[in-house]
Design a protein around this ligand. Structure first.
Ligand code: ADP
Length: 319
């Protein structure tokens, strides 16, 4: 607006000067001429010119005022639109932060409330036996383990930084062997076979510990959401620029409507919440995705309900 007013003022000055020159100065030409115009006609011409001059000045002022009002309105609207657009990501981040805090508090409160009410009931029982007390302590330990897992997950999510990654080119087989080794007991307990299809010469550029962690999360989920006696296949495919690791299961699958949300923090599909024996807080995939994103790679999922799911990690083959 200041710029517009500055230009308008200059334009007004210039216009007035030009009007002045065009409508007032030529008077000298007819007063100096050899055949002077009669004074009556001269006065009429002068009055007419003065009238035109005043009218023209008013027109200039009107135009400039209208133009400035239009600039003010359109500038205001444009500024409002741009400010809204600029603030949108900040607003979204703020909302996500609020949701995250609410979800985290809810998840933390649930085991604490359970522990508290169980302990109160036990304390109110005057005939509490030693074995009952031991059972109660055991239940407390289980709730504490859940709380520990939750707080570790939250800390892991908060601490993932690109600068912490120690990137190196590692054989994919090394990563997969370590990850499979970590979930083997769990898979055997669930009577699930893990098949590997990994070429010997496939390499991947990654931070070894973090990549193993994300593959373990995918394998753990595959075991959790697969039926007994099914097979989980983990394969790798190395191309010149990108190496992919795929974890494929023959499990429950994920609904198409739920697929876009599974990487959100604290998201658990309804079927997983209601199914007994599939404990979790919905943080695993968020951590795995965060790790892969921090590497500059991608983690994607596809699934067919009742047939199984495929999770794919894509990372550069070289640094
Ligand atoms: P959770 O601790 O619940 O396993 P995750 O973040 O690891 O949390 O997964 C989020 C949700 O995605 C799970 O609750 C489950 O509904 C779904 N999910 C993840 N992996 C699979 C899979 N392999 N098969 C079916 N559903 C899966």
């Amino acid at each position: 607006m200041v710029i517009s007013l500055f230009f308008s003022f200059n334009l007004y000055q210039l216009s007035v000067q030009e009007l002045d020159r065009g409508l007032r100065r030529p008077e000298t030409s007819y007063t100096n001429s050899q055949n002077p115009i009669p004074s009556q006609i001269r006065d009429t011409i002068r009055a007419q010119r003065e009238e035109i001059y005043v009218l023209a000045r008013h027109r200039v002022i009107n135009r400039l005022v209208v133009t400035n009002i239009m600039i003010l309105i359109s500038g205001g609207l444009l500024s409002y639109y741009l400010a809204k657009r600029t603030l949108k990501p900040i607003e979204e981040a703020h909302e996500a932060q609020g949701r995250f805090t609410a979800d985290a508090s809810h998840e933390l409160r649930t085991p604490i409330t359970a522990m508290r009410s169980e302990n109160e009931v036990a304390l109110m029982n005057p005939k509490l036996t030693l074995s009952e007390a031991k059972k109660q302590l055991q239940s407390n330990i289980e709730e504490l383990e859940k709380l520990t897992a939750l707080s570790e997950g939250l800390l892991r999510l908060a601490s993932l930084e690109k600068s912490d990654l120690k990137l190196s080119v590692i054989p994919v087989r090394q990563i997969i062997d370590q990850a499979v080794g970590q979930v083997m007991t769990h898979a055997k307990k669930a009577d699930i076979t893990i098949a590997q299809e990994v070429p010997n010469d496939a390499n991947i550029a990654a931070d070894e510990v973090s990549l193993v962690e994300s593959v373990v999360i995918l394998l753990d989920n595959a075991i959790k959401y697969s039926p007994k006696k099914s097979t989980i296949t983990i394969n790798a495919n190395a191309k010149q620029r990108t190496t992919t690791i795929q974890v494929r299961d023959q499990g429950d699958g994920i609904k198409a409507s739920e697929l876009p949300h599974i990487f959100d923090r604290f998201y658990r599909a309804d079927s997983s919440r209601s199914k007994t024996g599939t404990e979790g807080y919905g943080l695993g995939l968020a951590i795995a995705k965060n790790i892969i994103d921090t590497h500059g790679g991608t983690l994607t999922a596809s699934s067919k309900l009742g047939k199984g799911s495929v999770f794919t990690i894509s990372l550069p083959s070289k640094i």
